[in-house]
Design a protein around this ligand. Structure first.
Ligand code: SF4
Length: 138
């Protein structure tokens, strides 16, 4: 499975919300694979990943937030911020259990204000709940 940096966090608190029904269905499938497979390997990628595949407006190597390359550049900055926080680089192949351990050891729910400052989903609180759940699990 390919995931970009910030999506390592998004999948933890996913509660069925997203940009379109096809995006939601695809993300639910990714989250189900992470939950139900035996410790799947994640390839951390720079750019559109298995979740972005169904993003509305996606054009080539640009994510679907607006279909514009400058939007993709902003999302890559977001990825880098999250990866730096977790201490892992893009291009790395890592087991899902290791990702959860990194999040549990290095993040508190309140850190989302720094890793994801402008995300419209953050105020809903589901991502903070996802981080908290991982911290309680490890
Ligand atoms: S705040 Fe936004 S970018 Fe950050 S984990 Fe949640 S949904 Fe993903």
């Amino acid at each position: 499975m390919k995931l970009r940096g910030h999506h390592l966090l998004c999948v933890l608190g996913f509660k069925g919300m997203g940009y379109s029904q096809s995006f939601i269905d695809n993300m639910a499938e990714v989250v189900a694979q992470l939950r139900d497979s035996h410790d799947p390997s994640i390839e951390i990628v720079d750019g559109p990943d298995d979740i972005c595949l169904a993003a509305p407006g996606r054009v080539g190597d640009s994510c679907g937030h607006s279909g514009r390359l400058d939007s993709e550049a902003r999302v890559r900055d977001h990825d880098l911020r999250v990866l730096k926080w977790l201490g892992v680089a893009s291009g790395t192949l890592v087991e899902w259990s290791r990702v959860k351990k990194m999040v549990a050891e290095r993040m508190k729910p309140s850190d989302l204000a720094l890793t994801c400052p402008s995300c419209p989903w953050r105020p809903l609180g589901v991502c903070a709940e996802g981080i908290e759940a991982v911290r309680n699990d490890i």
